[in-house]
Unconditional design. Structure first.
Length: 340
């Protein structure tokens, strides 16, 4: 079968022929219907191999959807032909975090698809347990596969802040890309807060307004006074930062008011110092990772209700390298999706 693999540092991923895997006891063989292209792939491919600490060659892709094509002995709860999305934050299933339903915070370091384990950008892939599958039902895989990360991650970031996003509150989204455009829609669907978007291009600001942002401004120092002006000078109640550079982190810290949340979602070197003098009193800084399986179920239900919609651009599997080029160039409107 075909697989899009990252082979060596400094080289573009390439299509290679690999054996079709066979499901072992408890495992599920899935035939790919769609796989999402993500910035985190590009981030890890930009790191020297010794720093990234990831195996090569490896099949890329941690956003996956497909139809069940085979079941290993003892795999129950699903049947061949089912249309499924994959929950990719695989955990051990037994540690304290997993027992609480938060496999994304598993303490045992179980390999994740597309990083430590083979990913979903292949004609077929193996999922280690049916518990990592969620029914897609009538949702189009090619339009909705990004929800398994690009939707799941902002939902998991936003949900704990909802008690602060009451009427009269303000939330800011920094970075209107694959995750940010969904964060805007989720904030509008789940809270009465004023939603402000910040980005570095006018095209992205127009995109943000189209996605439902009440206002959108260029992400530079001039935006600080403008945004604070919209809060009566108090500062915003929550900032969701989807850009991993230091400038974005610094901006987030200057926008918030007392008792606010700063949620650092993006991979990258941007960081915020935290002590009693560095931020307004009571400010909470979080760095969430991915989301829970229940979060993914919630996100898919939001999509079914029509409350959120992923902006996607399809590419054939063999055009995967071109999709990563477009991602790097910043010319994708929303999320790239590979289809067979």
């Amino acid at each position: 079968m075909r697989a899009l693999q990252y082979v060596a540092f400094g080289q573009a991923p390439e299509i290679r022929e690999v054996p079709i895997p066979e499901p072992r006891p408890g495992e599920v063989l899935v035939k790919m219907t769609a796989a999402g292209v993500c910035h985190s792939d590009e981030y890890f491919m930009s790191l020297p191999l010794e720093e990234a600490r990831l195996p090569v060659p490896r099949t890329l892709g941690h956003e996956g959807a497909g139809t069940v094509a085979g079941l290993g002995a003892g795999a129950t709860g699903i049947k061949e032909g089912d249309s499924v999305a994959v929950y990719g934050a695989w955990g051990c299933g037994f540690c304290r975090s997993c027992a609480a339903g938060a496999e994304n915070y598993c303490s045992q370091g179980v390999p994740w698809p597309g990083f430590d384990a083979p990913g979903f950008m292949a004609d077929y892939f193996i999922v280690p347990s049916p518990r990592h599958l969620v029914a897609l039902g009538d949702l189009d895989p090619a339009r909705n596969v990004p929800l398994s990360d690009a939707g799941l991650t902002p939902y998991h970031a936003i949900r704990p802040s909802l008690p602060k996003l009451v009427p009269g509150s303000t939330a800011v989204v920094i970075g209107v890309g694959g995750l940010g455009h969904l964060a805007i829609q989720m904030l509008r669907a789940l809270s009465p807060a004023q939603v402000i978007a910040l980005d570095i291009s006018e095209d992205k600001l127009a995109f943000a307004r189209e996605m439902g942002a009440h206002a959108a401004f260029l992400s530079d120092p001039s935006s600080i006074d403008v945004v604070r002006g919209l809060t009566g000078g108090r500062g915003v109640d929550a900032v969701f930062n989807f850009v991993g550079v230091q400038e974005a982190a610094d901006l987030a810290a200057k926008l918030v008011g007392p008792g606010s949340d700063i949620v650092m979602v993006a991979l990258g070197p941007g960081a915020i110092p935290v002590n009693v003098d560095s931020l307004p009193g009571g400010t909470s800084v979080r760095a969430p990772v991915w989301g829970t399986r229940q979060d993914l179920i919630d996100v898919l239900n939001l999509a079914r209700s029509g409350a959120i919609k992923v902006e996607t651009e399809p590419f054939a599997l063999e055009d995967g390298p071109k999709a990563y080029e477009r991602l790097h160039a910043g010319t994708l409107r929303g999320r790239a999706v590979l289809v067979p």
